[in-house]
Design a protein around this ligand. Structure first.
Ligand code: GLN
Length: 543
């Protein structure tokens, strides 16, 4: 039977609930348990797929093609043995949609449809299903205790905890201990209040994770325990860390795993944290710093590129360098001297994106990288723009663009596949047309890498699987033009769609239609990012 740990947050948002939950998961995995994680989001959007990265940060894509909350990225980076899927993230909107569909179908046989039990039953069913087959499922409730929006989730968790019983469920609550400088004191009152708020809806936390910028003395810890009805050993201090990857060890040192194992009756060997220690050792002992210019549209909010940032960090660990990311706003680059903005960059990266705004600036950065032998990695839109830039300036296709920006162009280098099918419709016969022509290509798909190419050498094998999230594709009618001019298509999907391109005469110019960042792990890194940072390191040393 699966054991559930529910995770709530109090006092303020952005305390790092997802990271704390994932760190507990990593620690339990290090004890040998099979662990999964779930995120329940209280907003009404059916999924985060259409939400602006400015508001919500990155959309994380799972192997099975679900567009999810960025916390799922943390979950996958912290968990070694389980992958997330569409079962692991759902919103209020999804739950209501389900219940309303059933109501329209008449499944409720004329009964009054209500939050309790219909909405709560749907939530409980989803949670149980996501936990099936695992020793432990850690279930995070988005938002902060007291929010109107999260009440149905809280109520479902309350019910579930009664159904599962003490031996199979527990509640972990995350709070903040603010420091009042004038009194030189850490304040516990907000924590007491947020636990009261939980108690008023029938929920007693078993573990408290207290976020703080300062050390917490024994007396304060005991005071928190006393006022919140939590055992003193389960009041866990989580002081601001140098890196999120230190937190599994922080929790281990306070015996969080022992407390959980005792409660659930697990008799297991000590946690083995050697790989987490190795991650931190690499992270804190870089030989020098390399600078990557990341040219994008959402640069004011680095969370919009969370997985790319993390993948670069992991590649730094692998190469024993610190990777400093310099965010460059693509749109303002258009009116600046590109060379002076980018001259400090040891490498340039253009990540994924949607819409035309900023694309000319991104192409100026790509042109600079191409002409000055600066390592370049293009991801998704960053590949499409690399192809367009090359076509315009090297292949004489001066009007080249994507139909995403100009529907009427005569040189649609990039377009929806239905827009550039040849008259025989050859490609359409070879592809699942329901998945094309305007709908997003989502989730893990395979690519075939050609012998003798850089990308083939980087991955070390010809068949790779990476995650996708895009509508537009390189137009196969222009492959011959760009190849003649010196850009090589180095990887294809099984249907013959372009997956990767490179410039063989450039020291490191690789661009890919998929999103390698979603599969990078702090422990192993990702071969493409590792090779990119290795090239940045060499560029840095040579300049
Ligand atoms: N806008 C482009 C497309 O839909 C690229 C998407 C992306 O970069 N994720 O194909």
């Amino acid at each position: 039977m699966t054991h559930f740990i529910f995770v709530t947050g109090g006092v303020v948002s952005s305390l790092g609930k997802g990271i704390s939950a994932a760190s507990v998961a990593a620690l339990l995995e290090a004890r040998g348990l099979k662990v999964t994680m779930v995120k329940m989001d209280p907003y009404i959007n059916v999924d985060p797929g259409t939400m602006s990265p400015f508001q919500h940060g990155e959309v994380f894509v799972t192997e099975d093609g679900a567009e999810t909350d960025l916390d799922l990225g943390y979950y996958e980076r912290f968990l070694k043995r389980s992958k997330m899927s569409k079962l692991n993230n759902f919103t209020s909107g999804r739950v209501y949609q389900d219940v309303l569909d059933k109501e329209r179908r008449g499944d409720y046989l004329g009964k009054t449809v209500q939050v309790i039990p219909h909405i709560t039953d749907n939530i409980k069913e989803r949670v149980r299903k996501a936990g099936e087959g695992f020793d432990v499922a850690i279930v995070e409730i988005g938002g902060t205790v007291g929010d109107i929006e999260s009440l149905p989730f809280m109520e479902s968790v309350r019910q579930l905890m009664v159904e599962l019983g003490h031996k199979h469920s527990m509640l972990m609550h995350l709070t903040l201990l603010p420091y009042i400088a004038s009194a030189s004191e850490l304040k516990t009152k907000p924590t007491q209040h947020s636990v009261k708020e939980l108690l008023s809806i029938g929920m007693q936390p078993d573990i408290l994770i207290c976020r703080t910028e300062h050390d917490v003395d024994e007396e304060t810890r005991r005071k928190i325990a006393l006022f919140t009805n939590v055992q003193a050993r389960a009041v866990v201090v989580c002081k601001d860390a140098r890196s999120i990857y230190e937190i599994p060890r922080t929790f281990y040192e306070q015996d969080v795993d022992d407390f959980i194992c005792e409660r659930f009756g697990f008799d297991l060997p000590e946690a083995n944290l050697s790989d987490w220690d190795a991650v931190c050792e690499g992270l804190f002992n870089p030989e020098f710093t390399v600078r990557v210019a990341m040219v994008g549209k959402y640069v004011e909010l680095p969370d919009a590129y969370k997985s790319v940032n993390e993948a670069l960090l992991h590649a730094g660990i692998k190469n024993r360098v610190k990777v400093q990311i310099d965010y460059v706003d693509a749109e303002s680059l258009e009116s600046q001297d590109v060379a002076s903005v980018l001259k400090t960059a040891d490498a340039i990266l253009v990540p994924g994106g949607f819409g035309e705004r900023g694309t000319e600036g991104k192409m100026q950065a790509i042109k600079y990288a191409r002409e000055n032998n600066v390592p370049y990695l293009g991801i998704c839109l960053g590949m499409q723009l690399a192809v367009i830039e090359f076509a315009r300036h090297q292949a004489g296709l001066t009007e080249a663009t994507s139909t995403e920006f100009n529907k009427k162009t005569k040189q649609p280098l990039i377009g929806l596949i239905t827009e550039w099918l040849d008259e025989r419709g050859e490609l359409q016969q070879r592809t699942d047309s329901s998945n094309l022509g305007g709908t997003m290509r989502l989730g893990a798909q395979s690519s075939e890498l050609l012998e003798g190419t850089k990308i083939r050498e980087i991955y070390g094998h010809s068949q790779i699987i990476e995650r996708h999230r895009h509508r537009y594709e390189m137009n196969n009618h222009f492959i011959a033009d760009i190849e003649k001019a010196g850009m090589k298509v180095s990887g294809y999907s099984p249907q013959g769609l372009v997956e990767t391109v490179e410039i063989p005469t450039h020291p490191w110019f690789v661009a890919v239609q998929f999103h390698p960042e979603f599969t990078s792990s702090p422990r192993g890194g990702h071969p493409l990012f590792a090779s990119f940072i290795d090239a940045a390191k060499k560029y840095h040393q040579a300049s």
